[in-house]
Design a protein around this ligand. Structure first.
Ligand SMILES: Cc1cc2nc3c(=O)[nH]c(=O)nc-3n(C[C@H](O)[C@H](O)[C@H](O)COP(=O)(O)OP(=O)(O)OC[C@H]3O[C@@H](n4cnc5c(N)ncnc54)[C@H](O)[C@@H]3O)c2cc1C
Length: 393
């Protein structure tokens, strides 16, 4: 009798907003060892989460699409957590309440916000049919597929594809897109152009990695335009800040990570770039019982890049700090690592890597990347449940 009452009215309500690299870990830990007398509610804008590290392999046709997907319906059902597929429209800090579009407000004792980041678009019109943004990643391949087929029908001549953004994402997309196009039965020839605002691609990488990547892109016939910013996209071209035009049938936006617009609606302190400002415990500097993790959070005084490896390393700290916050214990501090292993899939059965300034390349590098990525996703993929046990959303 008592245990039923406790289950129905648990003392603590823990809410995860966005189930990305960090919050997914909490969900997986909950499945193994739930926090007593507490309920877990997950809010996501999609019923699946995607693992970005695996996207290039899927794009290149090396892996099936489900290799990069985490089914949140299955994972939440297995963890006995509630999943709400909805959009958050506001936060009431006093009432500790999240306002949603299609559900009543959700009260929380602890909230962790990890909704990632979005590509920088500044004033670019991303609503046009031939512009494909990398986010939401869950629908990137379907949108790309649709746009490619439409442009092939409408254009009839060689397709001019412009990829904006010379960071790791833009480079991997350039390298792996030919595999995707081959798999789509598109027979029209195409030209890939990579446009980067900075003086060099992969600005944070070593010179030797950059020269390996430049060599690979040249071998693939990719045209590289450096030091130029695109200010406008119209139906047939991209327009540079100097006014020159470059014809483009398809534009892929893989620009740097910026803050999702929702963050400024939450009324929490923000970093200069609009991300949620936290202290080293990942808790919002507002002192509300709110954590901000992965790309969504910026630790005051830290300049760490927005990369999945940081989000992954934060996960055990977040899991512990959620429990400490409930017990009113001091929180643990997260120390970001200074460097990390960067691995870029070159789409041709090989990869380029960087480790503390040293570069490497070859099939074995891709096989290392594949082992790391597969092991990560497997932790969150569980065999599907019978239809009658699927969670409601
Ligand atoms: C092509 C590509 C390749 C990359 N490769 C690497 C790599 O190899 N290594 C690396 O370290 N980094 C890589 N990155 C960067 C990496 O993807 C991010 O740093 C990482 O995803 C951040 O994790 P996160 O949990 O903060 O966000 P995400 O993984 O983006 O997760 C956020 C989740 O929140 C959901 N969400 C978004 N908005 C809302 C909302 N309003 N309400 C509810 N849910 C919402 C999203 O659907 C998503 O499931 C890559 C990025 C790209 C684009």
């Amino acid at each position: 009798m008592l245990s039923n009452a406790v289950e129905e009215f648990p003392e603590h309500q823990i809410v995860l907003l966005g189930i990305g690299h960090t919050n997914a870990y909490v969900l997986a830990q909950w499945r193994k060892n739930p926090i007593p007398n507490a309920r877990l509610i997950c809010i996501s804008d999609h019923s699946k989460a995607t693992y970005s590290g695996m996207l290039p392999a899927v794009l290149a046709g090396q892996k099936p699409i489900n290799a990069m997907e985490i089914d949140l319906v299955e994972l939440c059902a297995a963890a006995d957590a509630t999943l709400l597929i909805d959009d958050v429209v506001g936060l009431d800090r006093e009432k500790r309440e999240l306002q949603l579009t299609d559900h009543p407000p959700i009260v929380f004792d602890v909230l962790s916000i990890g909704i990632g980041s979005v590509p920088e678009t500044t004033e670019l019109d991303t609503q046009q049919d031939h512009v494909v943004t990398i986010k939401p990643m869950q629908t990137f391949l379907q949108r790309l597929h649709r746009s490619l087929h439409r442009e092939e029908c409408e254009t009839g001549s060689p397709l001019r594809i412009v990829i904006i953004g010379g960071g790791a994402a833009g480079v991997e997309i350039c390298c792996c897109l030919p595999g995707f196009i081959d798999g789509q039965n598109i027979n029209t020839p195409y030209q890939l152009t990579l446009v980067n605002r900075g003086e060099q691609i992969l600005a944070g990488s070593s010179r030797s990695v950059r020269s390996r990547v430049n060599r690979t892109l040249r071998k693939k016939g990719v045209e590289i335009i450096l030091n130029r910013a695109i200010k406008q996209i119209n139906s047939e071209s991209v327009i540079f800040d100097g006014g020159e035009r470059l014809e483009a049938d398809l534009v892929i936006l893989a620009t740097g990570a910026t803050a999702p617009p929702l963050l400024k609606e939450l009324g929490l302190p923000l970093s200069e770039k609009g991300f949620l400002l936290t202290d080293a415990t990942l808790q919002s500097v507002s002192s509300a019982p709110i954590f901000a993790v992965g790309d969504t959070g910026t630790i005051q005084g830290e300049e760490t890049p927005k990369a999945g490896v940081y989000a992954v390393r934060q996960a055990p700290i977040l899991w512990e700090n959620i429990q400490r916050l409930i017990k009113d214990q001091p929180l643990r501090t997260y120390h970001p690592q200074h460097s990390f292993l960067r691995l870029l899939n070159t789409g041709d059965g090989s990869a380029i890597g960087e480790w503390f300034g040293f570069s490497m390349e070859g099939k074995w590098v891709l096989s290392l990347k594949d082992r790391i990525d597969t092991a990560f996703v497997k932790k969150y993929q569980i065999p599907p449940l019978p239809q009658n046990r699927r969670a409601s959303s």
